[in-house]
Write a protein that binds this ligand. Structure first.
Ligand SMILES: [Zn+2]
Length: 182
């Protein structure tokens, strides 16, 4: 008994003793014996045929090219169409992504320019603030000097004129000298 193949689609093996090659031909002896053989054993069988003066016929095996069924064909066409649609979809998405990328790049460029402009404006503003702060400090210092001067003058005035404030508001109206006429 020949070895059983475990893989259903595997080609049949040459049935010559000790041969493990896949069969390429089916053969039939004129007395009815049939089998399959490899390329090499076809040669051997032909020699035997010549020795015996009995005819042997060969027919090529096409077991690997089983015709596909209508169903398989339909499925293959559907798969092809589906793949083509997917490919088209991927192309469209790729184009969309490319456009989006271009768009984002130009947005990024304009944002970078705006960022630089804002940065320059901020620098200007900071310079102005620094100047104003320096001015304010200078004025504070001047004000301090002036109030020092004022208190020094007040102290001096106390020594020169020891009398307190001359008159109040109420007495001022009463003692107002008459306005000159004419
Ligand atoms: Zn063989």
């Amino acid at each position: 008994m020949a070895e059983l193949t475990t893989v259903a689609d595997a080609p049949p093996q040459c049935d010559a003793d000790g041969c493990t090659k896949p069969a390429v031909y089916a053969y039939a002896w004129e007395w009815g014996e049939k089998g399959v053989c490899c390329e090499q054993h076809r040669f051997t069988l032909n020699q035997t045929s010549e020795h015996l003066k009995r005819a042997v016929h060969f027919a090529p095996l096409q077991q690997t090219k089983a015709p596909i069924t209508r169903d398989e064909r339909t499925q293959l066409i559907a798969a092809k169409l589906s793949t083509e649609a997917e490919l088209e979809d991927v192309k469209t998405r790729g184009l969309d992504l490319y456009r989006e990328n271009t768009n984002l790049t130009s947005q990024l460029q304009s944002l970078t320019i705006r960022h630089r402009e804002t940065g320059a404006q901020l620098k200007d503003a900071q310079t102005t603030i620094a100047k104003l702060e320096a001015d304010a400090l200078r004025r504070d210092a001047e004000l301090g000097e002036l109030s020092d001067e004022v208190s020094r003058l007040r102290t001096l005035a106390k020594f020169v004129d020891p009398q307190p404030q001359q008159q109040g508001k109420s007495s001022k109206t009463q003692t107002t000298p008459p306005a000159p006429k004419g």
